[in-house]
Write a protein that binds this ligand. Sequence first.
Ligand SMILES: [Zn+2]
Length: 238
Amino acid sequence: MASTICGWCGDRTHMKMMMDPFSLPRGLWKRTFHRNNPATVTTVWMSVFQCSNEKCMRLSVGSAALDVRSGGVKDAMAEAELQWEPAKISRPDFVDVPPEIASTASEAHACLSIGAARGAIALARAVVEATAKAKGITIQGIVAKINGLRDDGTISALTAEASHQIRKDGNSIAHGDIGDEPVSVDDAQAILDFMDVLLDEVFQRPAKLNRLKQRHDERKQGNGVGATPPPSPGGGPG
Ligand SMILES: [Zn+2]
């Protein structure tokens, strides 16, 4: 059972194999040598699958490098961790975040979901800077902006520390100072996790708390004013 997040509809669905697996001619694929026996070369198998979501039903291509004879390929593909095309691109919504910042943050996640780690980190850095500006901290330089958010109590000391990490990792990319060290998707994921926490702390949590408070106030008011007063005898002037 090939189960995955469908790149079309975004649901976790069962993918039904629609054609016999096809082995890609070796010259067309970078060869993958078997981990335990470098003499054997795995073959890349591909097939077409249909999404089982009745509102989607679209076709995706699944592929995997497998070390199997053609007889067992169908079963092996059903068990294997397949690579999917199209891949699901994550574009989360950031409610209660100013639209320009929310769309940049969403785009950072979209970058990460296609493995574009540098793009994700560079955008996360831009989100940190824009967040400070949105809070009225226009002082020059991102270091000062993060410290400004901390000093006026918008973010905690811990969040400030995490934001400085985003800044440091984003700096080299933003300034074209790309070192030999590859930026891993895991690093970028950690940075986007920090970014999400920052947006929650600065925009989302206060907005949610304000809504709760407003609802509470309205209910309290409703209990006092909303209760029907007894009709005044004699019917005085309204
Ligand atoms: Zn689907």
